[in-house]
Design a protein around this ligand. Structure first.
Ligand code: HEM
Length: 253
């Protein structure tokens, strides 16, 4: 009896210590979130997750140029990955949940930071540098709004087939024929191309800001990082836009 109480006491203390360490960690995270730099870090980290996703998605989309079998098999693979340990579509749901969390935190941080910058804005006097910064910030906000509208439309379009198709035209897992039918409607293709322009400008400025927030930019490497951000944004833009352009031009049908 005595032995068990001797053994159990440190275990309880270790549990309490773990609990208070977790509470301490949570408090520190909340404290960080309450600061401007904390929200910028959240924007940067969620930005990294979304940039990784768009690059992977753009590369996956290029499989359409290899033919219907390749892209349709790829779509099935995305649902079967991790089986049998995971169920059909589970891995895809994990990715969706990570993305939904990242997008939500990114938007909440952006809206809060925008409010802070509006409250701090001097009235009646502004230097030229401030004008440039606020122009870039305004562009980022509008680009972000266009992208948010685009993502909702895109999921209703190519994932659910609820908009942009004739009845019975959309078939799950038949990505090739869905994409060809979807982009044959030119206003839909035009909207995608416009949204990809917004994505280009958002990535161009966003990757650069992210590198600064994460402390990777120095006086010496600034020009290189600026160029690298533009290059990544340009490659992502070209990769995505090549698909609607190829359908409209009749290269894939
Ligand atoms: C021309 C550009 C694009 C094309 C052709 C395209 C194509 C597609 C297709 C065909 C699907 C369904 C895949 C399947 O069911 O297996 C899909 C899903 C998705 N796309 Fe895109 N996409 C484009 C751009 C984008 C961009 C820029 C984003 C994000 C910023 C994005 C986010 C998503 C997401 C989140 C899904 C998964 C939705 C879900 O299953 O929950 N896409 N895309």
């Amino acid at each position: 009896m005595a032995a068990s109480s001797v053994v159990s006491e440190p275990v309880v203390k270790a549990g309490e210590a773990a609990g208070s360490a977790a509470a301490f960690g949570t408090n520190r995270l909340l404290l960080l979130w309450s600061t401007v730099i904390g929200k910028k870090i959240v924007m940067a980290v969620t930005g990294v997750i979304m940039v990784a996703f768009v690059i992977a998605h753009m590369l996956g989309n290029l499989k359409i140029f290899a033919g219907p079998k390749e892209i349709n098999t790829y779509s099935r693979f995305l649902r079967e990955v991790g089986m049998p340990e995971l169920g059909y579509g589970d891995a895809l749901w994990i990715v969706r949940l990570v993305l939904i969390t990242a997008v939500t935190l990114h938007i909440i941080a952006a809206v809060t930071l925008t409010r802070v910058s509006w409250q701090a804005r001097p009235i009646g006097y502004r230097e030229r540098k401030d004008l440039e910064t606020s122009f870039a910030a305004r562009w980022m906000r509008w680009g972000g709004v266009i992208l948010a509208v685009f993502i909702v439309f895109h999921i209703l379009h190519f994932t659910l087939g609820m908009v942009g198709f004739q009845p019975g035209q959309f078939r799950e897992l038949h990505v090739y024929s869905n994409v060809v039918a979807g982009f044959s409607v030119w206003p839909v293709s035009a909207f995608y191309i416009l949204a990809m322009l917004a994505l280009f400008s958002h990535l161009d400025h966003g990757i650069w800001s992210m590198l600064q927030t994460l402390g990777w930019s120095t006086a010496r490497n600034q020009a290189t990082l600026r160029l690298a951000s533009r290059l990544i944004a340009g490659v992502v833009f070209a990769g995505f836009v090549s698909v609607p352009v190829a359908v409209l031009a009749g290269w894939i049908q």
